[in-house]
Ligand binder design. Structure first.
Ligand code: PEP
Ligand code: MN
Length: 344
């Protein structure tokens, strides 16, 4: 349920509505970014009567949200959510590029790659310190040491850090070291983890599960928003299908479908989506053409020696070629590449 307040509604009237919501054992969420104030209501809203709210001062309208996901839906909030991080906003007209290796492997490796990306104007640097791998025998990440190196990149190079939280135990440490917390595909329905990131203020990059529908992804995002963290970025990263020639099947249908049904930014990860380095650029371009708000791309200076996902990682040189193409495409789809500075 969403309660629309009249234009210039006094704060006292807004507070009264919020109090009433709380006394009914429901939660009130202030919807920002709207011209007028709106209050989203979650919980057992079927027990609430529209009429009772409609008779309160400054209430203009009460609308029931028909979708199972509420706070993430366009019905709840018509305008696109824009997430303000530093001076690099995400969503709206921005096209944001997150790049970096799959994993933190060493301090040297991290600084070498981050340095090259920074020179290209990349602000968001990705690398996993905790790696949830399909096999327990695969490289599991440098863990705390990896976070320490990421914190150094943040401090010394001034880049914004995107790194994955694998569980609730390490979450507080990851929250300190990162600007965006990544929730990986394998954890998309780890509801305890979703609830915990929902209590933090870090923006969250929520990746679609390997066998999750678009609605499952939106429902998982709802867990995070319902706890009060409204800064969620959705990410299509490919799903399992009968196809075996590619690592996953990048479901670009998700982009326009999510744009229609949710106000949250939607990113695409073409690296995991197709899983073959030289096929990443065309899929990255296709994602932007489909309306993606950003891309997360794996880049490694020695892909053949990478401890994870080398086969799908672009070299800095090939990544630079892709960036140039993206910067040509962006204005055609009405996007600005705000965090990319051409060094030609
Ligand atoms: C990753 O980003 O390196 C990763 C493990 O992604 P996913 O969770 O989408 O598999
Ligand atoms: Mn990876």
């Amino acid at each position: 349920m969403v309660i629309m307040m009249k234009l210039n509604a006094p704060q006292a009237d807004v507070e009264k509505v919020k109090e009433k919501i709380l006394t009914e054992n429901c939660k009130a969420h202030l919807i920002t970014g709207n011209f007028k104030i709106a209050i989203g209501v979650t919980g057992q809203t079927n027990k609430l009567s529209e009429e009772e709210f409609l008779t309160m001062d400054s209430v203009e309208d009460v609308v029931r949200v028909s979708k199972p996901y509420k706070l993430v839906s366009r019905e709840m909030k018509a305008q696109d959510t824009i997430i303000n991080i530093d001076d690099s906003p995400i969503g709206g007209q921005e096209l944001t590029i997150i790049a970096g290796p799959c994993s933190v492997e060493s301090r040297q490796q991290l600084f070498d790659i981050a340095g090259e990306l920074k020179e290209m104007g990349i602000k968001y640097f990705r690398a996993g310190a905790y790696k949830p791998r399909s096999s327990p025998y695969s490289f599991q990440g440098l863990k705390e040491k990896g976070l320490e190196y990421l914190a150094d990149v943040r401090k010394e190079l001034g880049m914004l850090i995107v790194t994955e939280a694998k569980d609730t135990t390490t979450l507080p440490l990851i929250s300190e070291c990162s600007d965006i917390i990544q929730i990986g595909a394998r954890n998309m329905q780890n509801f305890s983890l979703l609830e915990e990131v929902g209590k933090l203020s870090n923006p969250v990059l929520l990746k679609r599960g390997l066998a999750a529908t678009i609605e499952d992804l939106l429902m998982s995002a709802e867990y995070i928003l319902s706890e009060g963290n409204y800064n969620v970025i959705l990410c299509e990263r490919g799903i399992r299908t009968f196809e075996t020639m590619t690592r996953n099947t990048l479901d670009l249908n998700a982009v326009p479908m999510i744009k229609k049904n949710s106000h949250l930014p939607i990113f695409v990860d073409p690296s995991h989506g197709i899983g073959i380095a030289d096929k990443v650029p065309p899929m990255a371009l296709a994602a932007v053409a489909a309306g993606a708000d950003g891309l997360i791309i794996e880049v490694h200076n020695h892909p053949d020696k990478a401890l994870s996902d080398g086969f799908q990682s672009l070299t800095p040189k090939n990544f630079k070629i892709l960036l140039d193409k993206l910067s040509q495409l962006a204005p055609i789809v009405n996007k600005k590449m705000g965090n990319y500075v051409s060094i030609n």
